[in-house]
Design a protein around this ligand. Sequence first.
Ligand code: CU
Length: 474
Amino acid sequence: MSDRRSFIAKLASLGTGLFILPRAGGAQEQAETENTPSGGFEAPDLPKLPFQVVDGVKEFHLISEVVRTEFLPGKVVDAWGYNGSVPGPTIEVNEGDRVRVMFHNNLPEMTTVHWHGLEIPMDQDGVPGLGQDPVPPGGAHTYEFTVQQNGTYFYHSHFAMQEMMGMIGLFIIHPKDAHRPRVDRDFGLVLQEWALLPNNTVPNTLSMEFNWLTINGKAGPATTPMLVKHGERVRIRFVNLGMDHHPMHLHGNQFLVTGTESGRIPESAWVRQNTVLVGVAQARDVEFEAKYIGDWMLHCHLPHHMMNQMVSMVGPMSHLGAGSRTGLGMEEGMGIVRQGNALDEDLGPGLGRGLGLAADRERPASPLVGGAAGLMAASGPLQSVSAQPQNPPSAEHEGHVMPGMTSENAQKVPGFPQDMWMPMDQVVANKPEVFGLRKDWTGSMMGMMTLVRVLPHDLYDKIMEMKKSKEAGQ
Ligand SMILES: [Cu+2]
């Protein structure tokens, strides 16, 4: 986390304490505290946008800008977001609030902010041309409206490619009166997908093939687990703004789907599931009682969304002789070919693999990423592969080559290789939230994956103590 981002995160946590001024009247104050979950709302790995109450209006300052971030320690990305964060910081308000967002554009091109799902006047809706002029680079625009709804909403750029650069944030509206049964924990998760070829830091927003999948801007195992005390009632809000749908699956529990991008579902229509499909531009709220102690996986179940860096590293494409063909031009990258058969040996493997501009830096790669040079040389056709590691040294870690996890004749077996086993516990070990997880837990955590940790009360308290002392030490 950059200094800037942690500074903003601190500012945001201060914000919830310093800037909320009680509204007039005892009844109002009561509503303010009663309507939110006892544990408060939390979006793991994301800050909240601080606000000030000015003449009864909640005033936020939102800044669009380039954000250098990391999906995983060492995996640097130049995405676009808001206030130093990708996705942007969460805007959290109450039903009935008057909201003013002073927006400033620090991007090198025009943008606007759309308030997805909100019933507000059209000139506040953030559609460039239709309701307002685009906000030019360096420009500013003020949005102001009253929120009449409650539920899980979000804001995003209303320029499509900017959406794919990461420009989205949660907009959470708590109801006037808390929904029943009241939840103890309330989490928000933004689901995103990225096409990011090795050795590139800028996402390819034209590609239809995604190799990095994130929750709140982090890929597993860098996604920070959600901590729950045994017996608590939990709400998890999912938001998806990408090109694919995400079937989000929770292990070991059943949940009720209690909300959509349009707010609360009547209780009579709640559905019991353990996998909820979160479509593009949709939100889904799920709730469950944390009855079972354990470290429960929560992940998108699309197989390609359960991996990191999935390009030509694994699968049969890495063993055709010289690795997967890459570095074609923009047209081939988009699946447009002018001659030949789109699926022939020369073109097929390169289709959808990105802009020639940057993709010529991708190299055919061995599945033994960062592995012993001797092993790479011994693998025959792959000896033409550059000896340079694909990852910067800081991203190297133990466990890339696991003795005993492949058989001696593996190279002769049709289909080999398919999967790798790469625990990287040390890379994410400095977070109290992962304390007490089984050794090698990170081996199963990739892509759009996180954990719901239902903890016995003593372990929960211990981790909270660790968090407090860590924050105090910063
Ligand atoms: Cu998915």
